[in-house]
Ligand binder design. Structure first.
Ligand code: ATP
Ligand code: MG
Length: 749
């Protein structure tokens, strides 16, 4: 036992130690962000191994991303021998592994395929087309089916209980979907979780095997598990009940995907005698950051009261920055990164830029690229969502699983090869009547009625090609095979002929795909199937390379569990964050609030909150109002720079009266001239001595020799100077403050 590098009981505080040492029975660690939940989970595994209570592979650890699983394995391996053999992964990847072993009990061939949500939606679309049903969008129908599957409602029951024509339609599509997906020997994401439960219910021996194998079960980010996931761990834990879960109800941000924060609250009821531990000391952030986070999340309607403390009491106060436009926001953020990096204080990788919606990344990317700053976008338009990549993956899926008609229909015309829609319709009809796949229909095209000899030849030729690639897979090195087959499809040739800038990009992506599969083959012996599984089950964060020195860009959702020295939470505007739906409603304000909490608690040392008064979204410039989350922060918890929150819309709508009756923390902060002059300094650049510029603020009454008295409506940096918009009786006027030097006449309370 001398090979332990670190004592798993070291480096923990008293509360953490208790949780680590409580190795038996049901245990819940309910604690706020950065309190060491994930750390406790890793140390607990190492402790169990060290005590000799279980071998690493007898421990199941469920994480939210595959990246987190890898890190966990590495971490345990650093503490305990063979720690990398812990069965760690996401729910989906662990259950896929189980189903491959138990495919017979599940009634599937061993080489079943996994349909990702795009495949599933395509299948729904095909079925809707076949039914001539065009009233509902495939996405909508797919989510309905997904919910039914998660609730274990079979198609027949669904049909019986249908009350409206819509219900009946969904029941019909659902039935067809289940039949087809079974015929294709495929499982969708929902099946990966619900099939194991069915297997366990119907085959006690199988359950017995896995319950005995996984003696200890640990789940990170438990607040974001759904019903089926809860049932899974409960079932596997069985009577032994060694289930250890850690979570934070304040960080539950996936209810829109079926996550149920109640899982945390019901833990005690479901597991008699469950122990509950709380961790109160935060090791990640400074006290000012924690205070700010707490001030906003404590307004949630339903939550377990908890407050974190830290020894890092001397940190910088978070900064809120109001900008005129989204472009200004981007420039401000990138400028700040530039200043810190150029002065040698920080590296690129110390910064994370977080946003509510993926489309906000584009402007940041443009700005970072223009400056030649290295950056990584986590999950924006996922590499694997690109058309050319999905097309080639479609070929690969089909090559592995000739029954996968969805894949065949995806690629048969990519590139065009003389098999048109009428031919496909005939193949589909024949396949249905003969209970076979489209692949089979291709090779037996001569038996398909109504095809002319040219069509027959083309079909059979393509069928033979698919067969050749399938054979090649057995002989060749995977990377070489991939390169060759992509060339043979004619896909590259078509892109080359196109010759456009975009086509160049697509060719580049395919090159990356080949490198990626080559690298996979060098490191694994799981072959094409292993590669496809990995990419199908990959989460956004899995592709993040944190060894690279680059700025990180990601959505707030993707940032869960991560930490960065400096964090920018951007786009804090009503409508954007909290995000409104098309009906301009925030569907779940508390969840948005928790998302804000997740974002700000990623920050270790410094936190910036930005918002822009004008933003282009969906091709339209909109005037925004500041997010209520910013308004909820007590004035002493944040330094304000740039535009003031109530300055939004002023240019268009605010009247003098509104200023005077402003109220809220706007009017009270207006008087904190120390922070205000600091704001002018911070947003300005060299040249003008900032001390010479009169400190004026949004809402101040100023006097101009020609226009008389007016109210400062906006204050923003413009090129190297400060731009001031003042509302006079006759309208708005803009000045360069460095020249105009407007002086405040009187301040409002
Ligand atoms: P989140 O809720 O964001 O997932 P968490 O509760 O899982 O956070 P961790 O990520 O485990 O928290 O820990 C936060 C940071 O604090 C990590 O960098 C971790 O290494 C560090 N940390 C946790 N506990 C200790 C400790 N006892 N001593 C030193 N550092 C610690
Ligand atoms: Mg964690």
């Amino acid at each position: 036992m001398s090979s332990y590098h670190i004592d798993p009981l070291k480096g923990l505080n008293g509360q953490q130690l208790q949780a680590v040492e409580a190795t038996e029975g049901a245990v819940l660690v309910l604690a706020g962000a950065g309190s060491g939940k994930t750390r406790v989970l890793a140390h607990r595994i190492a402790h169990i191994i060290q005590k000799g209570d279980a071998k690493p592979w007898q421990i199941l650890a469920v994480t939210f991303t595959n990246k987190a699983a890898n890190e966990l394995r590495e971490r345990v391996a650093a503490i305990a021998p063979d720690g990398n053999q812990v069965a760690a992964g996401t729910f989906h990847s662990m259950m896929l592994r189980l189903l491959r072993r138990e495919h017979k009990a599940a009634g599937f061939p061993q080489d079943f395929t996994v349909f990702d949500s795009d495949d599933s939606k395509r299948l729904v679309k095909i079925i809707l087309n076949e039914m001539n049903e065009d009233r509902f969008r495939p996405n909508y129908v797919h989510s309905a089916i997904s919910r039914l599957k998660n609730d274990f409602i079979p198609p027949d029951q669904c049909a019986e209980e249908a009350q409206t024509p819509r219900d009946t339609m969904i029941a019909n599509v659902y039935k067809e979907y289940q039949e087809k997906i079974a015929r294709f020997a495929a499982m969708d994401f929902d099946d990966l979780l619900s099939r194991p439960i069915e297997v366990f219910r119907n085959h006690p021996m199988v359950l017995n095997f896995w319950s005995n194998r996984w003696r200890y079960i640990l789940v990170d980010e438990f607040q974001d598990t759904n019903r089926v996931q809860f049932e899974l761990v409960q079932t596997i834990a069985g009577p032994r009940g060694n289930l250890f879960v850690v979570g934070d109800d304040d960080q539950s941000i996936y209810s829109w995907r079926g996550a149920r924060v109640e899982n945390i609250f019901q833990f005690k009821e479901k597991f008699d005698g469950a122990q509950i531990f709380r961790l109160e000391r935060n090791y990640r952030s400074t006290q000012p950051i924690l205070d700010l986070a707490h001030s906003v999340v404590s307004n949630s309607i339903q939550r377990e009261a908890k407050k974190l403390w830290t020894e890092r009491t001397d940190g910088k106060k978070p900064t809120a920055i109001g900008l005129t436009t989204d472009i200004d926001e981007v420039r401000e953020v990138v400028d700040r990164i530039a200043r810190e990096v150029m002065s040698g204080k920080r590296s690129y990788k110390d910064f994370a830029i977080l946003y509510r919606t993926n489309d906000q990344s584009q402007l940041f990317e443009d700005a970072l690229r223009a400056r030649r700053f290295p950056y990584q976008v986590i999950g924006a338009l996922k590499f694997l969502d690109r058309k050319e990549i999905r097309d080639i993956l479609g070929y690969w899926k089909l090559i592995l699983n000739p029954r996968d008609d969805v894949a065949l229909r995806r690629i048969v015309k990519e590139p065009p090869r003389g098999i048109g829609d009428t031919t496909i319709d005939k193949l589909v009809k024949w396949a249905r009547e003969n209970d076979s796949s489209l692949t089979e229909a291709l090779s037996k095209a001569h038996q398909v009625p109504g095809l002319n000899s040219r069509a027959v030849n083309t079909c059979r030729k393509f069928g033979a090609e698919l067969e050749k690639w399938r054979e090649g897979l057995k002989e060749k090195d995977l990377g070489v095979w991939a390169q060759q087959m992509i060339e043979e499809t004619g896909y590259l040739e078509r892109l080359e002929k196109e010759g456009s800038f975009e086509a160049e990009g697509r060719i580049g992506n395919l090159e990356r795909l080949v490198s990626s599969i080559t690298a996979h083959a060098e490191e694994n012996d799981t072959g094409l199937r292993g590669y496809l599984e990995e990419v199908t089950l990959a989460t956004d964060v899995d592709r993040m390379d944190d060894s690279a020195d680059s700025v990180f860009l990601m959505t707030l959702h993707a940032s869960k569990g991560l930490e960065f020295p400096i964090v920018f939470v951007t786009g804090l505007e009503a409508g954007l964050f909290p995000l409104e739906n098309q009906e301009q409603q925030v569907e779940n304000m508390d969840e948005e609030r928790r998302l804000f909490y997740v974002g700000v608690t990623r920050a270790e040392d410094e936190l910036f909150l930005t918002y822009a008064k004008q933003r282009r979204r969906w091709g339209q410039t909109r005037y925004t109002t500041v997010s209520n989350f910013l308004r909820e922060i007590p004035k002493e918890s944040v330094n304000w720079e740039g535009l003031h929150p109530y300055s939004e819309n002023q240019v268009r709508t605010m009247s003098l009266d509104m200023f005077q009756s402003g109220g809220g923390w706007d009017s009270s902060t207006r008087n904190t001239s120390a922070s205000n002059s600091a704001s002018i300094r911070a947003t300005g650049r060299a040249r003008v001595n900032p001390d010479d510029i009169p400190a004026i603020h949004v809402g101040d009454l100023v006097e101009h020799e020609r226009y008389g008295q007016g109210i400062v409506a906006t204050l923003t940096r413009f090129r190297e100077t400060h731009k001031v918009t003042v509302q006079f009786d006759h309208g708005f006027q803009t000045f360069v403050q460095d020249k105009a030097r407007l002086q405040p006449v009187k301040k409002f309370k």
